[in-house]
Design a protein around this ligand. Structure first.
Ligand code: GRF
Length: 205
């Protein structure tokens, strides 16, 4: 069975959805490690409650982003991690890291990329006044919120939505989509050709 790590920085609601999906065998891979860059993150409590191994390394203890990522990679290789799932991880991965897991890192972003990249995707879309927004799941490359798109789903924003309500809608959609995208990836159905991702038919055999 493939092994994967989830990277978190904060609340960890996507981590929770992923852990629930692993438990329900909707994701058929082993969640072997939760990595966190912040020892105060609530996500760590969730991981511990589920009995998943955690690792916390804080960037302030490292001289350079690359030395930080090098230590993370050493731990991942020790755990024989096959692929990495970013779920609200607020640090940019270095090119060094990305080369160690080429096309083996997934990310969820709370807008319809390429619109509203960055840390405040939901708020930025809301403030801009877009009528349609959504969620993007993509492969991570060396530019922020940029790699080939695996899955994207949008919806019309009801006119009376507050930012708080919209955030809830986005998170609920993320929790539905991300486990599905991860399982497609585990099944080898995500075929990447340049920027285009083709989802292969389910093997009927
Ligand atoms: C999510 O909206 C995700 O798209 C973004 O950060 C947020 C993390 O939320 N990258 P949580 O920690 O999974 O609750």
């Amino acid at each position: 069975m493939q092994k994967f790590a989830v990277f978190v920085s904060g609340n960890g609601s996507n981590l929770q959805a992923i852990m629930d999906a692993v438990k329900a065998k909707k994701i058929k891979a082993e969640l072997a490690l939760v990595f966190c860059d912040n020892h105060k993150a609530y996500a760590l409590k969730r991981a511990k409650a589920a009995g998943i191994k955690t690792l916390v390394l804080e960037k302030k203890n490292y001289a350079t982003p690359q030395s930080y990522d090098r230590d993370i990679v050493i731990s991942l290789k020790r755990e024989e991690i096959d692929f990495v799932v970013l779920a609200g991880y607020m640090k940019l991965l270095t090119p060094y890291f990305i080369k160690k897991y080429p096309q083996q890192i997934l990310n969820v972003h709370p807008s319809l990329l390429p619109s509203f990249k960055g840390r405040k995707g939901i708020k930025d879309a809301f403030t801009y006044g877009v009528k349609v927004t959504g969620v993007t799941i993509h492969i991570v490359d060396d530019k922020m919120d940029h790699g080939p798109i695996i899955m994207q789903e949008g919806f019309k924003i009801p006119p009376n939505d507050t930012l708080e309500v919209l955030e809830k809608r986005i998170h609920a959609l993320e929790h539905k989509m991300y486990p599905k995208a991860i399982q497609l990836f585990v099944d080898g159905r995500v075929k990447i050709r340049g920027r285009k991702v083709k989802i292969l038919e389910k093997d009927k055999g």
